[in-house]
Design a protein around this ligand. Structure first.
Ligand code: AMP
Ligand code: MG
Length: 414
């Protein structure tokens, strides 16, 4: 159904739309306690607090001698070696004038003034002689030097990485409290779509959006439901949305969200919930929509692969990050030098696909993919970033332009 009034409605400013969208992204409520090895990539819901000091006991950082000199200033220092302490064993207290042969990681005995590395010690039977200067506490790792009991070692809202799990294990923690992964249903709409592996009939194209969308969501740590291609009828669209809304926290549709007669997604969502945002002043990606289908969040991406990808990265991704309990990635562009012209200004803010190139003099410049058409997935596969071009702006080679790294959008959240 074409809605002439909607077609003429002014487009939403990109930043305003992004802010409004993020205001809808409620952090998750459901928590689960899971074993460390199952927690990689999960989002931490409660900070990990260390129940112990690390090191748990003061210990030697060298193979050498723990010493308790009468007067640490005299030279040579002469001490009687009264015991031997290997890692994993505990020694006896040192009396003044005594020393303990000690090894790396072994607990220093009570009364230790410092540890002296064996290279600096002359051994005469049961006596050691030290000429080198020694400072109080040298080569002793103090108890709690790395971590104090009761301190948070990993903050809530962090996506757990392998090193975080090792850190938790190093203080004896076995389980962590994480958010339940977000379940995201993807509905790829279009009568023209077929899956790779099937020969194309007349007018058909391959369902390429499924492949980046499903892969990116999996990489983000979402559980993906992908019930298959949705045909362009109001009934099929509604049925697919109704089914997805039962099982998913978020439904992402692709295609069918413009103003054509074959675009049924918005009407179907509106019939089972509401549409909050639609039509953004961005290029590519104008038809992006957000709303609610029953209890599920709904994000409607355009069908054109480049438009869908760009709107997902700039809008859908931060929404999902926040919805997962992460901080949403910021659009922190860095200024870089364009090696291309962009002579035709647009009324919408544009995001064009670019890639860094190191010149022979070491300067990094940006090339752009020659065909910035919204159906050309080659530009996305080639690009490592986007240049954010304000409405009405042109670019000349040599200009400094705002560059957004695609990798950072995915990775640069805590
Ligand atoms: P639509 O928004 O449904 O009008 O789709 C816009 C364009 O994107 C059309 O040329 C569609 O064929 C194409 N398209 C839609 N969905 C996909 C998909 N999953 N994979 C590849 N191209 C698509
Ligand atoms: Mg379509």
């Amino acid at each position: 159904m074409v809605e002439p009034s909607a077609q003429r409605a002014p487009l939403l400013d990109f930043d305003v739309a992004r802010q409004r969208l993020l205001a809808f992204a409620k952090p998750p409520e459901a928590l689960e306690s899971i074993g460390l090895l199952a927690a990689n990539g999960c989002v931490l819901a409660k900070a990990i607090t260390s129940p112990m000091d690390v090191p748990a006991f003061a210990n030697s950082s060298m193979d050498g001698y723990a010493i308790a000199p009468q007067d640490p200033e005299v030279r040579p220092l002469r001490l009687a070696v009264t015991q031997r302490i290997a890692a994993g064993y505990e020694g006896q207290a040192l009396a003044l004038g005594q020393a303990a042969r000690i090894f790396t990681g072994a607990p220093v005995p009570p009364g230790t003034w410092a540890v002296v590395p064996q290279e600096l010690v002359e051994v005469n039977g049961q006596e050691i002689v030290i000429e080198a200067p020694v400072g109080a506490g040298d080569y002793v790792r103090a108890q709690g030097e790395d971590i104090r009991a009761g301190h948070d070692i990993v903050q809530a809202g962090k996506r757990l990485k392998p090193a975080d799990l090792a850190l938790a294990a190093s203080v004896g923690v076995t389980h962590v409290t994480t958010y339940k992964p977000l379940t995201v249903a993807i509905l790829l709409t279009g009568d023209e779509l077929v899956e790779p592996g099937t020969p194309l009939g007349p007018g058909q194209i391959y369902n390429s959006n499924r492949y980046w969308l499903q892969s990116l969501l999996t990489e983000l740590g979402c559980e993906v439901l992908d019930p298959g291609i949705v045909r362009d009828t109001p009934e099929d669209t509604r049925a697919a949305l109704a089914q997805a809304s039962q099982a998913a926290d978020v439904i992402i549709t692709c295609g069918g969200v413009s103003v054509g007669e074959e675009d049924h997604v918005r009407a179907a969502v509106a019939s089972m919930g509401r549409i909050d945002l639609w039509q953004i002043a961005m290029k590519p990606g104008k038809p992006l929509a957000y709303g609610q289908a029953e209890k599920a969040d709904f994000i409607g991406l355009p069908g054109n692969p480049v438009s869908a990808f760009v709107t997902f990265m700039l809008m859908g991704l931060p929404f999902l990050q926040q919805r997962m309990g992460l901080a949403p990635s910021q659009l922190s562009a860095q200024p870089m030098t364009a090696a291309f012209d962009w002579p035709k200004p647009d009324r919408r803010r544009e995001f064009i696909r670019v890639r860094q190139r190191v010149q022979p003099d070491g300067e990094v410049v940006l090339d752009r993919w020659p065909n910035q058409g919204s159906g050309v997935m080659s530009s996305v596969a080639w690009a490592d970033g986007l240049v954010d071009i304000a409405a009405g702006q042109t670019i000349k080679a040599g200009d400094r332009v705002p560059y957004l790294s695609l990798r950072d959008l995915v990775d640069r959240c805590p």
